[in-house]
Design a protein around this ligand. Structure first.
Ligand code: SAT
Ligand code: MN
Length: 587
């Protein structure tokens, strides 16, 4: 690789604080990072990416396999040899005059049977400093690897940051990732989405486990029993906030507590007890800054108080950072995410508001900073799941919460998830797209085979978690959210746990089970009956159209697609037909 990239020198990352400090100083020296006001932000730094490089570029992200069918219609595909050869052209001499850093890292606690090792070669000091936070990196990983252990080969070069030559390539058959001409998190911190989701999902299918785009949290009830939930939502739909939720007052008083295990990725394995166990392979948080404040996520705010890297937020002359819907009023002046001078109220030629922080600006913080990090978050065995929750951002159709009838139906509910696009991916904001299990951009193989794998996992689970769907984002006619969200979401999670543990009844609807009247604990919350009715309303005509849309979506996978999920379409359609509905309601 060094021969191809031609770096000036090579540095091995040992994971020591001394080396990290030296790299921080060097990055500040070259201007790649800015040292923030150390009184207010101890150990914190700032970085700005190129203006054309601020979110994952899904259209430049490829799964490279010998056969196109193995990547599936859910992925961009390139033939293995062609991909290597095009990218080699871009990598050729790309590190000239630069340092190549060798970053050995472990996803999952070093030595855990769950964990996977990778080695990332990169010419970006920013990548190194981020990897030191979001993964466990350094010499201890090499020791664990031994002389002939298997690892994911990760190569990254900023090259010229030329977006016309940007490629994020995954070679699952070779356990290899090549990323070139980008400097943005999800494209370049190769342990994260590239390894822990795309490559890991592929390995998981071969090895009988699953890699999922899920947060993991523990909920402790007043008796001190902790139950764990994993929840899949697309990027920028509130996974970090939910994972760190603060219980609403009446719950807090009764002794409810939340414990964060992970905020983005879960690796799921079947335990010897027949339950599904979840591990967070990451070591840090890579969260969206805008909207993060002491109301939306006080534990998130506490997590970024020190030793954090801020990317593409607003920077002030005195080393402070700011973002929209953050904690404080905007500063009188600063430098915006795109490097331009900024002041409050700034607009472009057409009068559009110009934000100081990019909507997808991020913080990178050690998980250990999180005040409610679960004592189990580094348990090499993971935590046992009571429930899996799917969710998306849907303004209209989808009820606040429903439970699937069984595992198979739950897989259908996950497979038919859709969500409105957010700033985390290039594309039109608000456009609705199918995003099965929130894995559309992250499944490293044909999703037809992925659904089959989900179904097979269910068959192997003697005690499967129950599967639910939530939607915090339903709106009224005036476009206002019907549900208050944030901490109040615990009310829904608490119902989910009671339901999963068989402690409460439910009402059967065509979509699944919903809470009985007074089933949700709404103590101390002023949501009227009419609002609750709207939150749970199911428009049959709309859902009948929706089933047809599910079928069309499934059809693109052709013959590889599992028939069991088409059967679920038929079953849902049948339940939605009025005559069946009347009978179901009675029975
Ligand atoms: O892809 S990132 O890891 O940069 C963030 C996300 O989209 O979830
Ligand atoms: Mn994510």
């Amino acid at each position: 690789m060094a021969e191809m990239c031609k770096p000036k020198r090579i540095i091995w990352i040992d994971g020591s604080r001394e080396q990290q400090k030296k790299l921080e100083e060097e990055a500040v020296g070259t201007g790649e990072m800015v040292c923030l006001n150390q009184e207010k932000w101890p150990g914190c730094f700032y970085h700005r990416t190129a203006v054309n490089d601020v979110a994952r570029t899904e259209h430049l992200t490829y799964i490279c396999t010998r056969h196109k069918g193995d990547a599936g219609p859910n992925n961009n595909w390139m033939a293995t040899e062609e991909a290597y050869s095009i990218a080699a052209g871009y990598f050729n001499g790309s590190m000239r005059g630069r340092t190549m850093y060798v970053v050995p890292f472990s996803m999952g606690p070093i030595g855990s049977p769950f964990s996977k090792i990778g080695v990332e070669l990169t010419d970006s000091i920013y990548v190194v400093l981020n990897m030191l936070i979001v993964t466990r990196a350094g010499s201890a990983v090499l020791e664990q690897l031994g002389p002939d252990g298997e690892f994911t080969r990760c190569l990254h070069s900023k090259a010229d940051l030329d977006e016309n030559k940007r490629l994020i390539l995954h070679f699952p058959e070779d356990n290899t990732i090549w990323s070139v001409n980008s400097g943005y998190g999800g494209n370049v911190l190769l342990g994260k989405k590239c390894l822990s989701l795309r490559i890991a999902s592929y390995l998981g299918r071969q090895e009988g486990w699953m890699a999922e785009h899920m947060l993991i949290m523990g909920i402790e009830n007043p008796e001190g029993r902790i139950s764990y939930i994993a929840a899949a939502f697309p990027s920028a739909c509130g996974k970090t906030n939910l994972a760190m939720l603060v219980p609403p007052e009446p719950f807090r008083q009764r002794g409810y507590k939340v414990w964060t295990v992970g905020d983005d990725i879960a690796w799921l394995k079947i335990g010897s007890d027949g339950r599904l166990w979840a591990l967070n392979p990451e070591n840090g948080l890579f969260g969206v800054a805008p909207g993060t404040n002491c109301h939306s996520n006080p534990n998130g705010m506490a997590s970024i108080r020190k030793d954090t890297i801020f990317t593409n937020v607003l920077l002030t002359a005195n080393g402070d950072v700011w973002w929209e819907q953050g904690e404080d009023d905007p500063p009188a002046a600063g430098t915006a995410w795109d490097g331009r001078p900024w002041k409050p109220g700034l607009t472009d030629e057409s009068g559009n508001h110009l934000p100081g922080a990019h909507p997808n600006s991020r913080f990178t913080a050690p998980m250990a900073n999180c005040p409610i990090a679960s004592p189990e978050w580094e348990n090499p065995a993971g935590v046992p799941l009571t429930a899996i929750v799917f969710g998306g951002r849907c303004s209209t159709r989808v009820p606040l919460v429903f439970q699937s009838f069984d595992w198979k139906h739950g897989v259908y509910v996950g497979a038919t998830m859709s969500s409105e696009l957010t700033a985390a991916q290039f594309g039109k904001l608000g456009k609705v797209r199918h995003d099965p299990m929130a894995m559309l951009p992250f499944c490293g193989y044909n999703m037809a085979d992925y659904f089959t794998h989900w179904l097979e996992m269910g068959e192997r689970l003697a005690n499967p978690p129950k599967i639910f769907h939530v939607n915090w984002f339903r709106r009224d006619h005036e476009d206002r959210f019907l549900w208050p969200g944030y901490g109040e979401n615990l009310r829904v999670l608490e119902w989910i746990l009671r339901r999963a543990e068989g402690e409460t009844g439910a009402v059967k609807t065509p979509l699944g089970y919903i809470p009985e009247r007074d089933g949700l604990n709404l103590e101390g919350l002023s949501v009227d009956d009419a609002t609750i009715a709207r939150l749970f309303a199911i428009d049959t005509a709309v859902w009948l159209k929706e089933v047809e849309d599910h079928r069309q979506f499934f059809k693109q996978f052709e013959r590889r697609f599992p028939a069991a999920l088409f059967a679920e379409c038929d079953a849902l359609e049948k339940r939605l037909r009025p005559i069946n509905m009347a009978r179901d309601m009675k029975g």
